[in-house]
Design a protein around this ligand. Structure first.
Ligand SMILES: [Zn+2]
Length: 462
């Protein structure tokens, strides 16, 4: 009797385990079927690299960027530069670019349905095309302006959230992917990352926008202050250096002329706690998501700072500061938009028809600046453009704009990372932008022309 009891008990346990297993399988099948079907080892989808039945991908003007032909082959845009420019966003036939639309939205593209699987005839499948918000011509213009440099260019409409340009280099032709070998791997170093969303770089002087906001909010008489720059200034036993002696500067001039000596003094006076508070409000050390893609974080951390000298360097975008291009564009969007950024998006379906008609507000992220501080920072960036960048021939498609460049020292014998961030002020073209160029040198000569090429294309080929 005792033996029968213990056998029954064992059978009961085994039965329960089986039921639990079936429940778990059913649960996973229901909740994760889209991931399962999109895996490369799934023969149905993975034949012809998984895109044999995939729908079209189009840009904002319905230009076809990728489609599958009658031979079940994936065909990309006919123009070589356009293909290269959009490779990171559209993707190729592999899963190598994990943030690309063809990787992230493969099940949507193949029209997979839980009930019918992939068995539904093509004629009956719906919604298996994806419309992107980007402008293919402007992306091509940015790509060609980047040339053979590594970097990122992003432009988005800060009123609606539509991303218009998302270009990352190095890149390759998705129609004829290169074989990456030991001999050419340095040329393709980082090629699988979309630097717009997945990289963060030393910001250099573009960070002075944050330091200016912190100074406005924490130094009550900042607009009555003057700063003296003799090209070098001792803070805490070590020098903060400027490229030349700026002489006497007021607050706006100090930021607009990008004076390290003045901006380092502001950071020290504001203090570590308030500098961190302002940076974090403006999105540093935070995680953002754009159409399901988690952005690489921008970082402002003084954990390893030994004293005021390093606090000073952190205020001029050096020390351990890092900035992500998409986040920088969002930050400029917030500055141009009364302090609150509209959340960028890449897929047209992410926006409702009501939103497009202006009936409901665009989706926003957390407020970064008070409307008053945003207006003041906007003025400084506008003054910077008016007095310094226009004189250098920078036009941004003829629109009024505000901007800040950066030339970030990265050490290791490398040329600086060149940056420009900013916004245009035009009812029909409200764009926030960020460009980073690795080993580019000066922001004004290496990064600014790329932003200008992209924005001119958007303005001139609407
Ligand atoms: Zn200076």
């Amino acid at each position: 009797m005792k033996r029968i009891m213990s056998r029954s008990f064992v059978i009961l346990i085994v039965s329960l385990a089986m039921v639990a297993g079936i429940c778990l399988l059913a649960f996973r099948l229901l909740t994760q079927n889209e991931q399962w079907v999109a895996q490369a080892y799934n023969g149905h989808v993975a034949s012809s690299n998984g895109l044999a039945q995939a729908g079209d991908i189009t840009d904002r003007d319905d230009v076809t960027l990728a489609y599958t032909d009658d031979n079940e082959e994936r065909i990309y845009h006919e123009d070589y530069s356009t293909r290269c420019a959009l490779m990171h966003l559209v993707g190729d036939n592999s899963f190598n670019i994990s943030t690309s639309v063809q990787s992230m939205y493969r099940s949507e593209l193949t029209g997979y349905s839980f009930v019918f699987g992939l068995g539904l005839p093509k004629s009956l499948r719906t919604n298996n095309s994806i419309d992107l918000t980007v402008d293919a011509d402007a992306c091509k213009a940015a790509y060609e302006a980047l040339g053979n440099k590594k970097g990122a260019c992003v432009v988005y409409n800060y009123k609606t959230g539509e991303v218009l340009v998302d270009v990352s280099t190095p890149t390759y032709d998705p129609q004829y992917p290169p074989e990456i070998t030991e001999d050419n791997e340095s040329e393709y170093d980082g090629v699988y990352l979309d630097n717009v969303v997945s990289s963060s770089y030393t910001p250099g002087s573009i960070f002075k926008v944050v330091t200016a906001a912190a100074a406005i909010e924490n130094i009550p008489d900042i607009y009555n202050r003057t700063f003296e720059c003799t090209s070098s200034y001792d803070i805490d036993g070590a020098n903060i250096t400027c490229e030349y002696a700026h002489g006497t500067l007021d607050f706006t001039q100090a930021v607009a002329q990008s004076c390290n000596v003045a901006c380092a003094q502001m950071a020290v006076e504001v203090g570590a706690e308030k500098m961190t508070e302002t940076a974090e409000k403006m999105g540093f050390n935070k995680t953002f998501e754009v159409s399901g893609i988690t952005l690489s974080k921008s970082v402002y951390s003084l954990e390893n700072a030994l004293g005021d000298n390093q606090l000073g360097w952190s205020g001029i975008g050096q020390f351990e500061d890092l900035a992500n291009p998409m986040h920088m564009a969002m930050m400029c969007g917030a500055i141009a938009n009364g302090g609150t950024p509209v959340t960028p998006y890449l897929l047209d379906s992410d926006s409702s028809i009501l939103h497009k008609m202006g009936v409901i507000e665009a989706k926003t992220s957390e407020q970064m600046l008070s409307p008053d501080t945003a207006a003041k920072v906007q003025d400084i960036m506008r003054a910077t453009a008016d007095y310094y960048y226009n004189a250098r021939g920078l036009t941004m498609g003829g629109l009024n704009f505000g901007a800040k460049t950066g030339t970030a020292e990265v050490g290791e014998g490398k040329e600086p990372t060149a940056w420009i961030i900013g916004f245009t002020e035009d009812e029909n073209h409200p764009y926030a932008f960020a460009v980073a160029v690795e080993e580019g040198g000066y922001g004004i000569s290496a990064a600014a022309p790329i932003a200008q090429a992209a924005i001119s294309s958007l303005v001139n080929n609407p």
